[in-house]
Design a protein around this ligand. Sequence first.
Ligand code: NDP
Length: 315
Amino acid sequence: MPRIVILVPGKIHERVLTRLKESFDVIEADPSTLDAETAGKIRGVAVSGTFNAGAIDKLPNVELISSFGVGYDGIDAKHAAAKGVIVTNTPDVLNDEVADTTIGLLLNTIRELPRAENWLRAGNWKRGQNYPLSRFSLKGRHVGIYGLGRIGQEIAKRLEPFKVRISYHTRTRHPDSPYGYYPSLKDLAGAVDTLISIVPKTPQTHKTINAEILSALGPDGVFINVGRGWTVDEDALAQALRSGTISAAGLDVYYDEPDVPASLLDLPNAVLLPHLASGSVPTRNAMADLVVDNLVDWFGKGRALTPVPETPAKG
Ligand code: NDP
């Protein structure tokens, strides 16, 4: 019996390809380059990055698009839903890694640890100097979490032993949460001195971290972004960091990756990471396995393991 054909439209984790080839025939190609006969054979897609409406329309018999990563803003899930195509993502298996990275980024930003290391490597310590005391401490801070979903909740749990006060903003209140709820982002930013953004890229979150929010955060303010760069007005952020409207920022994600604006690169009070929050070998392997397992379970048992909310969870 011929094997089911899966399309891999671009670069993807090597483990996805290796495991897919154990169970399926795999075509690695841009969908726009496929002839109609080949396109008609494709029943599943494994993708890391974007898969738009045009790509979906090119595949008349596609049943499931398995996307690498929990954020699936690159996939046109609404269009997929309209055509009865399931979209899956890789939630939960990366929560711990992303939350751990967030705490590391927060400490690095507040205590200026990367700058201190550069200072040591430049030979300043052995010349008899002492590294200047960091202006701030995590101790006594009030941390606001913008987005208390799967990852936001893990960040909050990790913050508890640091004895900081924790509050959050989401559209829906979590009635059983021990943390303070603010019904608007502006109220949260005004109440806290440390703001962590871990919301998805949606039309509603576009540039919501803007001059007004940064001004509300205030001169002792520290801003951390591990969600999406889309959420931040980067010009306003660079200006706020330059002028002292806020004190420091730690960023893992940017508006137009991998282009990090010079206005941020030039700032000494910004700690900048190259979108690596989930980037360890074990966590990326677990994400790769979930990409493949969604396809294996769909075609073997008729159920998708982790469908996104826009597409029906059949099976
Ligand atoms: P979830 O869907 O579990 O949580 C999202 C949270 O954001 C919810 O609490 C939701 O609450 C809140 N939210 C969504 N829209 C809004 C809004 N307009 N205003 C206020 N709050 C909002 O997602 P995860 O925690 O699993 O992941 C979050 C995002 O983190 C991903 O979408 C991805 O973009 C990013 N991410 C980044 C990584 C990195 O490498 N830096 C790695 C992994 C994820 P409510 O709906 O009630 O508003």
